[in-house]
Write a protein that binds this ligand. Sequence first.
Ligand code: AMP
Ligand code: MG
Length: 411
Amino acid sequence: MKELFSVVTVEEAQELVSRALPDTWLPTEEAELLSAFGRRLAADIHAPEDLPPFSRSTVDGYAVRARDTFGATESMPGFLTRSGEVEMGQAAGLTLQAGSAVWIPTGGMLPPGADAVVMVEYTEDVGGGLITVNRPVTVGENIIARGEDCAAGQLVLAEGTRLRPAEIGLLAGLGFTRVRVAALARVGIISTGDEIVPPGETPAPGQIRDINTYALAAQVSESGGVPVCYGIVKDVAAELARVLDKALAETDLVLISGGSSVGVRDMTAEVLGQGKPGVLFHGLAIRPGKPTLGALIDGKPVIGLPGHPASAMVVFHALVAPLLAWGSYSRARAKAEFPLQAVLTQSLASGPGREDYVRVKLVQEGENILAVPVLGKSGLVSTLVEADGMLRIPLSKEGLNGGSPVKVGKL
Ligand code: AMP
Ligand code: MG
């Protein structure tokens, strides 16, 4: 009999991996702005200049001195001298004098001397070089001031930021065409089991097709990594050790599915135990997914996932996805997620000292979203196909009552 599990919580498991993980785990690289989309900045970005580089109008209208419009109303409009106009894409080229107004298009450069813009709707060209203004403006109204988006020298994006479309746009606005980002994590995927055959083969009696390689590879892609598949390995320690060595040499993180428990055909713990520093934990306080192994070998994390497809995918969510998406668990935890608020349709029990990940189907009912548990064995992949999301029953709770509010995360 091999040694029994001494389980750790998901948080403890993350802590153990974090502490073992070298700072230099993922290399960094320069990327063209568009290929940096979805990736993490590897260095702080400071604004090299003011954005916008000059004060601009946000409306079509007249650039004015705000104080020249004070007291203007529809019945008692103010009169201003119309003195020239600002051309789009050109320097303002003239200075606004007291008592005058300069025509300015949306995005045009505010002329020196002006401190506000009156929308054209509140003016009238009454001829004779005069306009009327029938509503006052305050200083700064209808203007984006120079440096209002960001000021030169300001820290605009911190190292570790994931580049969404808005960040890509800001970088373009500041003149960056290349940025330093964390390299995409290459994730080796090994499936194990004497009974597993590739999906293209017809299984003989007793054999089943490989689900995990494909489901996990898709999860890796979805989380911002690059899957590298190493195929199916028999339950032979030396075989697994050989393929693991190759995967460790070629990738940044390795996932091994199957063989992670303590049975006689379960080789993963033995093989990971041969590495340096080796196994960090064996057993996770989570359901499904208890027989999970975490190791660090040659500076790279190796996660031994349970063979049951639903368990493997749930553990991927808990341990692998945050690391791929954020490069570190602490960064992932600092980011609030936006899970859906839903109402649980039935009571659920959970053992003490264990986190339960319950797959749920979401149904809109009037104003409410109902979370309907999809119950079923973790060996059934169809439970995941049927589910829209997952809810977590924390360690401290022994269950949830039907009708209670729950937060559902994406699956
Ligand atoms: P194990 O963790 O190796 O004991 O496997 C647990 C269950 O998951 C067994 O029924 C295996 O046949 C099944 N299983 C293991 N690996 C895979 C895989 N790659 N695809 C589908 N099922 C698997
Ligand atoms: Mg197996």
